[in-house]
Design a protein around this ligand. Structure first.
Ligand code: ARG
Length: 468
């Protein structure tokens, strides 16, 4: 049988393989709520403009409502022969209300319809991801408050660099999440123009009111160019770019959790609820959730690349290639959402081994910079020379098998006679972090202040969102 939605001029139905490659219903059924919402807005506008009768419009809107409910409760039979969500819904509408259903598709095309549906979907997803990112920030801020003065080694090159506080480390990720949210918000702001009414590519001769449907669907305005409207998938690309960056941040934290929870580090312990055991090695507590968050980043980056490749070189306006915009994007946005939930769960429940963190910070000459700074401050040495002197002292300590504060004053004075025993006051890790009071520095007081700034900021935002 030829297609009952567009088969007027077709004598023959599609080859089985044609149907298989052409159908998108298996994945785009996810857009059902957005599709129905868009159709209802379009239909009310057609009636308001006198393009269809109010009686037909009422029937259509009610029929669509019934379909929405049926799909929600799993009472809808999706058909591959009907290709996609748009035609599945419309065909069912015809079964429910008869010929009036055929008036819904006046002055639109599946091209502007799918662009509208997908924009609505991506917009909803961005809103959800934003809430999840805020939850993660909240969990990190709470850890930062609890550990504003918990000392750990700060690393560069994964080599002990200078002592920092664990709270400071947590707040670094709060900053990243804030920028991620900013990127999603930017993408949302740019996407929020309605393509509905661009029709197939050229607009329509019917006297439609695009501003009305735009407003009804929560868009800021209609798009300005009909060709662009049906060709644009930037909004997905931008969202996936933001998602890829956010996933990259999550994967870095995931990697740190993996490292921190090995017995070699023993900085944090994940609860049983976020670890798995081994079927052969009874001692194991594997950080699978963290590893999977680290790995799922690949899907998100992959989806971005997929869509960039799909879109490159496509002539205007719509091409069926663009149907390939959805699966990877759905998969990537799902993966990010799940990763955020898992990461928030881990951050909330992990426990910190303050003793192990402090012990690690006290090894590895983490206060060498403090010693060099002391030589500059107290002896007026140029920093480069102080760096050199400190290097010799580190070598001494290494030979002796102690940390810097394990050298006697006499041993230090062999390297630099002007050193006094006052130097010991800067060699402890506590002194070191306490002295880092420059704006954005790791001193516990700074961390407490930054954490409470974030707490207020997140509360202010939540209140604003609540008002809406
Ligand atoms: N299923 C299609 C998609 O996802 C809908 C648009 C089809 N338009 C067309 N002219 N064949 O892109």
């Amino acid at each position: 049988m030829s297609n009952k939605m567009w088969g007027g001029r077709f004598g023959q139905g599609p080859d089985r393989i044609m149907e298989e490659i052409n159908a998108s219903i298996d994945f785009d059924k996810r857009l059902f709520a957005q599709d129905i919402r868009g159709s209802q807005a379009h239909c009310s506008m057609l009636a308001a403009q006198g393009i269809i009768s109010s009686a037909d419009a009422e029937q259509i809107v009610a029929g669509l409502e019934e379909i929405r409910k049926d799909i929600e409760v799993g009472q809808f039979t999706f058909s591959r022969a009907l290709e996609d969500i748009h035609m599945n819904v419309e065909s069912r509408l015809a079964e429910l209300i008869g010929p009036a259903a055929g008036r819904l598709h006046t002055a639109r095309s599946r091209n502007d319809q799918v662009a509208t549906d997908f924009k609505l979907y991506v917009r909803d997803t961005i809103d959800h991801l934003d809430e999840q990112l805020a939850q993660l920030q909240k969990a990190l801020v709470e850890k930062a408050e609890a550990h504003a003065a918990t000392i750990m080694p700060g690393f560069t090159h994964l080599q002990t660099a200078q002592p920092v506080t664990f709270g400071h480390h947590c707040l670094a990720y709060v900053e990243m999440a804030a920028r991620d949210r900013g990127r999603f918000a930017d993408a949302r702001r740019r996407l929020n123009e309605s393509p509905l009414g661009a029709a197939a590519l050229a607009g329509t001769s019917f006297p439609i009111d695009r501003a009305r449907t735009a407003k009804e669907l929560g868009f800021d305005r209609p798009t300005r160019n009909s060709l662009d409207s049906v060709s644009d998938r930037d909004f997905v690309l931008e969202t996936l770019s933001a998602a890829a960056i956010a996933a990259t941040h999550l994967s870095r934290l995931a990697e740190e959790i993996v490292i921190w929870s090995t017995p070699g580090f023993d900085f944090v312990r994940l609860p049983d609820s976020f670890t798995t055991g081994s079927s052969i090695m009874p001692q194991k507590r594997n950080p699978d959730a963290a590893e999977l968050v680290r790995a799922k980043t690949g899907r998100v980056m992959g989806a971005l690349t997929t869509l960039l490749v799909v879109m490159k070189g496509l002539p205007l306006a719509y091409s069926k290639d663009m149907q390939e915009d959805k699966e990877a994007a759905f998969d990537a946005l799902d993966a990010l959402s799940l990763s955020l939930a898992a990461m928030t769960g881990m951050v909330e429940t992990l426990t910190v081994n303050e003793h192990a963190m402090r012990a690690a910070a006290s090894r590895g000459f983490a206060t060498a910079t403090d010693l060099a700074d002391w030589l500059v401050r107290k002896l007026g040495m140029p920093f480069r020379q102080a760096h050199h002197v400190t290097g010799s002292l580190v070598a001494r300590a290494e030979q002796k098998g102690v940390d810097l504060d394990g050298l006697t004053l006499a041993e230090m004075q062999e390297v630099e006679p002007r050193i006094t025993d006052e130097v010991y006051s800067v060699l402890g890790v506590d002194n070191s972090v306490r002295s880092r009071t420059s704006f954005g520095g790791t001193a516990p007081d700074n961390v407490r202040e930054a954490a409470s700034w974030w707490r207020r900021e997140l509360a202010r935002e939540a209140a604003k969102a609540g008002e809406k």
